[in-house]
Design a protein around this ligand. Structure first.
Ligand code: C2E
Ligand code: MG
Ligand code: MG
Ligand code: MG
Length: 278
């Protein structure tokens, strides 16, 4: 799997789990410099609906280190979570995603909905909602165009505070998706009382969809239960036509993955949107 993604992906994979304390300290210092120098970028991955139309994009953070090159978010985000550096990084990402969508609208490319990933730390901060309102205000992005992706852990850790925040988001008309669904411990029955709009089935289930009866059953089960609860379902990591056809058959609503489009810089997204059939 790592091999398919090329040598770099393989190196990060091995490093991510073997970083020594000193390596982590170096990375942490580099991250501090990256924040100061704004070495981050956002890439956008299209999400497509059943009709093959653009349903929105997911903003994905990229760090281009001056010497080490591209560093995967899977490596630096967990570190930034433990040091608190995730806060300024996330605030930057949210602001940039909103600005970029405004820029697309100004170019006549439409009101594109953007999903931004949230770190648990960010979501639990007391000033989270105030910062969010401020970002919408300064960028002018209509709240309906923003959605936030949270993982199940956020909801199970500090359930009460989290539920209040989710209600506030709903009243602001900001969408909320549960990311990587199926990898945590929460169940759909637990989600039924939460004001969320979408579940994103984790890539690992989609990966095995056409090889494993168990994974196929899980995916079908998630989709049908989510629909009964009035939730939309996104399949992440759709890589093959076979997976796509299977998911269409299961009535999945939205598709994201390399088969449809890879994450891309804003300029490439502009071209992508301009070439979509109306
Ligand atoms: P995620 O939110 O589950 O994002 C989906 C990941 O799957 C992305 O990895 C995306 O590039 C990758 N992906 C999409 N389609 C395919 C596919 O068909 N095949 C495969 N193999 N992979 C696919 P990425 O960009 O490396 O991001 C990794 C994780 O880092 C994200 O997982 C998310 O949890 C976190 N992340 C990314 N950006 C941010 C951010 O701005 N803030 C926070 N807090 N976390 C972020
Ligand atoms: Mg996500
Ligand atoms: Mg995900
Ligand atoms: Mg994932």
């Amino acid at each position: 799997k790592a091999k398919q993604q090329g040598r770099n992906a393989y190196e990060w994979f091995t490093h991510a789990f073997t970083d020594t304390v000193s390596e982590r300290m170096v990375l942490r210092n580099d991250l501090q410099e990256a924040i100061e120098r704004e070495e981050f970028a956002l890439h956008y991955q299209p999400l497509m609906n059943r009709e093959g139309k653009l349903a929105g994009v997911e903003a994905l953070l990229r760090w281009e280190h001056p010497d080490k090159g591209f560093i995967s978010p899977a490596r630096f985000i967990p570190l930034a979570e433990t040091t608190g550096q995730i806060i300024p990084i996330s605030e930057w990402a949210l602001q940039r995603a909103c600005q970029d969508m405004q820029s697309l609208a100004q170019q006549g490319l439409g009101k594109i909905r953007v999903a931004v990933n949230l770190s648990p730390l960010q979501f639990q901060r007391s000033n989270f909602l105030a910062t969010l309102r401020q970002t919408l205000l300064t960028t002018g992005l209509p709240a309906e165009q923003l959605s936030l992706e949270l993982t199940e852990g956020i909801l199970t850790d500090n359930a009460e505070g989290a539920i209040d925040t989710l209600h506030a988001l709903r009243s602001m008309h900001i969408g909320v998706s549960i990311d990587d669904f199926g990898t945590g411990y929460s169940s759909l029955s637990y989600l039924k009382d939460l004001p969320i709009s979408t579940v994103k089935i984790d890539r690992s289930f989609i990966n095995e969809l056409t090889n494993s009866y168990d994974d196929a059953a899980i995916v079908q089960g998630i989709i049908s239960m989510a629909h009964h609860l009035g939730l939309k379902v996104v399949a992440e990591g759709v890589e093959t036509e076979e997976q796509y056809q299977r998911l269409l058959g299961y009535q999945c609503d939205i598709f994201q993955g390399y088969l449809l489009a890879k994450p891309m810089p804003l300029e490439a997204l502009e071209t992508f949107i301009a070439h979509l059939s109306p």
